[in-house]
Structure formats: structure tokens, C-alpha cells
Design a binder for this molecule. Structure first.
Ligand SMILES: [Fe+2]
Ligand SMILES: [Zn+2]
Length: 482
């Protein structure tokens, strides 16, 4: 079977059929070639992704059989996520500029990309640079001068061949697909960044059902997708059994254990080690902000909530939205809170496992584009401010305003947990609290655990590629936009 670049839809589907046949009779390398080629077909690209390429089995087989080349395919998915879905480019011209310091590629749609010679060398995909199997780089770019040049280039099929001017006159190759995927032109970067911007604010908490989620992979994806889009999602009808939430956590990733243990029980107790284990109200906050990497998702499962218990409703607020509004309404305070660091603090020796944790960081964390990539808000765990004298009043003035913005918003969500409810929310994005309650002789018992934000983000992306639309996760407040 020989797949040639196709010029029309009919031939495209002929080849689709051939691919299907190849799948039936066993894989051959034409299938891999097809992936590269499929990205060159304008408009129909997304059909491929949804109908033919996305089935899990296909991906698995592809992974097993074509480890190295499959990377290109994965990158293609990544590109699809981060650039315009309909924009598919073919190279029309590849030229050397500035005596080989730059390679310029003009694409058929009129767009162009420029790559620095050192960047290309760093990304060489030849067998001497990338280990077959693991796909990992096996050379150190710092050993090569950043001033090296490309001596010659040649485009053959879907691959660009390079010869560099380093000591060994290294000859290598990079697929066009890879170059498109990782193009760092201004517009490509802009597309990537806008694709992951948080743009949904929950007016009410989205809901999924337990049975659906545990039975169908698509529903699992839908659940995590909602958590990613809105920062929060409620699951109904989870069996009210001890540790039942751990089986759900397993569907996402490993539990992130903390000093409070693998799971924790939010139940009133005399002399509690945490204010949460009393009956007082809790103002909106994030958990364990005094750590370098606070827990990502929090799962809270309601095991018991007796009718006689009064109050105790849970409260939630999407802090990303509040802070973006705050940036517009109070730019000066926004700037102050993104530079002067607060002290987050938990020192508690009167417990079995003494705590002594201190972490200094600003409430608002920005990246090099001044985008908000992290937020830290936890009034119960803010310790003594340790900054220059001149900064103290400024800090408190700005803090007071952000505090008011959080307290006075109409975007807070309130929900009274019922037995069998499981709330999951992103602790890097959604503030949580609860109203004061009176037990009146009854019991209020929630059980929970945490999951690392990396594991969550990873799962969303994998499921999106396997059973979803291939979109990237929205950024999750883990200090990184992408
Ligand atoms: Fe909390
Ligand atoms: Zn190489």
C-alpha cells in the first residue's frame, strides 16, 4: 500500500479505507506516514481526529509499533490543540537566512515560520540525538555553540534534512509536522496561550452522576472536563461508604498525601488540630498554601449530614475571575499583591505530627506575559509579614481591597451537601469555606482526599485525546500557563 499526497476528498477517503484495512491486517509504516499526511488536508483534519485516529486501540497499537514516529503524532495533536483547527500548512519554500543562523519556512497558506539554527539543532530528531524507544534526547545542547549555523537544508516528503556547522558537521532531520507543531511565531504563541485561558465561570455548580462516571470513559472525561472548565463539579449518588471517594480518586491519579494523612475526616471534634474539625464558620480559603506545592484537587464526600444539623453549607468562589476583575478595577493593588510576598504559615506543635511550615510568596503569581498563573489565598494561614518597612502599609492597603472584592462578590456559590454528594474542586483556583453550624445532637461527616494538580491535568489531556475533542486543558493555576 502506498499513500501519496492527496489532492481531493475522494482519494482521501480511499486512503482512509486503506488505513482501516491496514489496521485489520496488521500495522505497517504507511499508517504512520498517514498521520503526517492527514494533517495536511485542510478542513477534513478534524474528521480524522474524531473518527479514525482517536480510538484508543488505534493509539495503543500505534504507540507500541511506532514509538519514535508516534511522537510526531502526539505533537500533531498538541498542535491541533494550540493552533487554529482549520489552519493546515504545507511548506512551499524553506530557505537559509543570515548565513544559516535562521531557517525560514513559507507555508502554503501564506504564513511563515522562522527557526534559529541552535533551536533546530536542539530539536534534531535523528537516531543519534533521540533514543529509539524512549524518545528521550541523548545529547546536551549546552555543549554546542549557540552560534552554530545550518549549512544546508533539503525538504523530502514530510521531513526536513539539515546539515549543521558544528564540529562534527552533524546531519539530522526534523519532520515538518514537528516544526509546525512547535512553531514559535508570534501568532502561534498567541494561539497556544489563548487556547488554555480560563473563560468559564460557574453560575451554578455543574453536576454528574456516579454510576455514569464509573461505567463510561466518556463520562469520566466529561466529569474531569467540567472540573477543568469551571474549577468545580458535584457528583451525585456516590455510595455513602467509608473511603468510597478513594475509588473515584483512583480514576484520576494517585492521592496526594499530606500531614493530615491520605484521607481526612471533617467531623466536629473537641480541641481540633484544624479549625475545619470544629463547628465554626470558615471564611473562603485555599488549603495548605504554606507548602511549595499545595494539593491540586480536593475531593469531599458527604457520608452523613443529619436533618437536625443547622447550617454548615459549603461555599465556593472562583478566585481567578475575582482577580481578573481586580486587575481592571485596582491595577495598582494588583501589582502590589503580585510582587510583595505574603508569609504562609502553619506552626503547630501540640499534635501527634508537629507542623512547622513557612512559605513566602505573593498572593498573585504572574508569568513573563503578566498572566495570572497562580493564586494564594488563605487568611487562616497567613503568618507575620516579613518585608521591607516601606512595603508594609502598601501591602495591607492592597490586601484590604482584594479581601473586600472576595467578600463582597455576588459570584460566590453556596451548596448544602447531602449524603452521597461528592464535591471536587481545584484548590489552586476555587476558594472554599463553610457556614457555621449547630449539630443539635446530630452528625455532619465529610471525608476527603487530595490529588496532585499535575496528575489531574495529565488525565484531562490524555482523556481529551482518547475520547474527547483533543482540546488542551485550561490552565490549572499551577504556576504555568501552558
Ligand atoms: Fe479547607
Ligand atoms: Zn541529530
Amino acid at each position: 500500500m502506498n499513500l501519496k499526497p492527496l489532492g481531493n476528498t475522494r482519494r482521501l477517503f480511499q486512503n482512509l479505507w486503506q488505513i482501516k484495512t491496514a489496521n485489520d491486517i496488521g500495522w505497517n509504516c504507511q499508517v504512520t506516514r498517514f498521520y503526517s499526511f492527514s494533517h495536511r488536508i485542510s478542513g477534513i483534519q478534524s474528521i480524522f481526529h474524531r473518527s479514525l485516529i482517536l480510538p484508543t486501540e488505534t493509539r495503543k497499537e500505534c504507540t507500541n509499533h511506532f514509538n519514535g514516529k508516534y511522537r510526531h503524532f502526539q505533537n500533531s495533536c498538541f498542535r491541533q490543540l494550540h493552533t487554529s483547527q482549520t489552519e493546515v500548512k504545507q511548506p512551499v519554500k524553506a530557505t537559509l537566512q543570515q548565513e544559516g543562523k535562521i531557517v525560514a519556512i513559507d507555508w502554503s497558506n501564506g504564513g511563515s515560520s522562522k527557526f534559529h539554527s541552535i533551536w533546530l539543532r536542539h530539536n534534531c530528531q535523528c537516531g543519534r540525538c533521540i533514543q529509539e524507544g524512549s524518545g528521550q534526547r541523548i545529547f546536551d545542547i549546552s555543549e554546542i555553540s549557540h552560534e552554530l549555523k545550518v549549512q544546508s537544508i533539503e525538504v523530502k516528503d514530510t521531513v526536513v534534512h539539515f546539515k549543521w556547522s558544528d564540529a562534527s558537521n552533524h546531519e539530522g532531520e526534523i519532520s515538518l509536522d514537528y516544526l509546525q507543531t512547535n512553531c514559535y511565531s508570534q501568532s502561534s504563541i498567541k494561539n497556544r496561550y489563548s487556547a488554555v485561558q480560563i473563560n468559564k465561570l460557574a453560575k451554578e455548580i455543574p453536576v454528574v452522576n456516579y454510576i455514569d462516571v464509573i461505567q463510561k470513559k466518556k463520562e469520566l472525561y466529561r466529569w474531569l472536563h467540567l472540573v477543568n472548565e469551571y474549577g468545580i463539579c458535584l457528583m451525585k449518588d456516590v455510595p455513602a461508604e467509608d473511603k468510597a471517594h478513594l475509588a473515584l480518586a483512583d480514576l484520576i491519579g494517585p492521592v496526594q498525601e499530606t500531614n493530615y494523612g491520605k484521607t481526612f475526616d471533617v467531623k466536629s471534634a473537641p480541641n481540633p488540630v484544624n479549625i475545619a474539625y470544629s463547628s465554626v464558620g470558615l471564611s473562603l480559603h485555599m488549603d495548605l498554601v504554606y507548602m511549595e506545592s499545595p494539593p491540586g484537587l480536593q475531593l469531599l464526600h458527604c457520608l452523613r449530614f443529619d436533618d437536625c444539623v443547622e447550617g454548615g453549607e459549603s461555599t465556593y468562589l472562583d478566585l481567578f475571575h475575582i482577580v481578573e476583575e481586580f486587575r481592571k478595577s485596582h491595577p495598582k493593588y494588583f501589582q502590589i499583591l503580585s510582587t510583595i510576598p505574603a508569609t504562609f504559615y502553619k506552626c503547630h506543635y501540640d499534635r501527634e505530627n508537629p507542623f512547622h511550615l513557612v512559605y513566602q510568596k505573593p498572593h498573585i503569581v504572574l508569568n513573563h506575559h503578566k498572566q495570572v498563573v497562580g493564586l494564594n489565598w488563605a487568611p487562616p494561614f497567613e503568618g507575620p509579614l516579613l518585608v521591607e518597612e516601606d512595603d508594609v502599609l502598601m501591602y495591607y492597603e492592597a490586601y484590604e481591597e482584594l479581601g473586600k472584592a472576595i467578600m463582597n462578590t455576588d459570584k460566590m456559590l453556596t451548596y448544602g451537601m447531602k449524603v452521597g454528594d461528592l464535591m471536587v474542586f481545584n484548590n489552586h483556583r476555587i476558594l472554599h469555606g463553610r457556614n457555621e453550624f449547630r449539630l443539635n445532637g446530630g452528625i455532619r461527616h465529610l471525608q476527603g482526599c487530595y490529588i496532585g494538580i499535575d496528575d489531574f491535568k495529565c488525565k484531562v489531556q490524555v482523556l481529551s485525546n482518547q475520547v474527547g475533542d483533543g482540546q488542551p486543558p485550561k490552565h490549572v493555576g499551577n504556576q504555568s500557563w501552558l
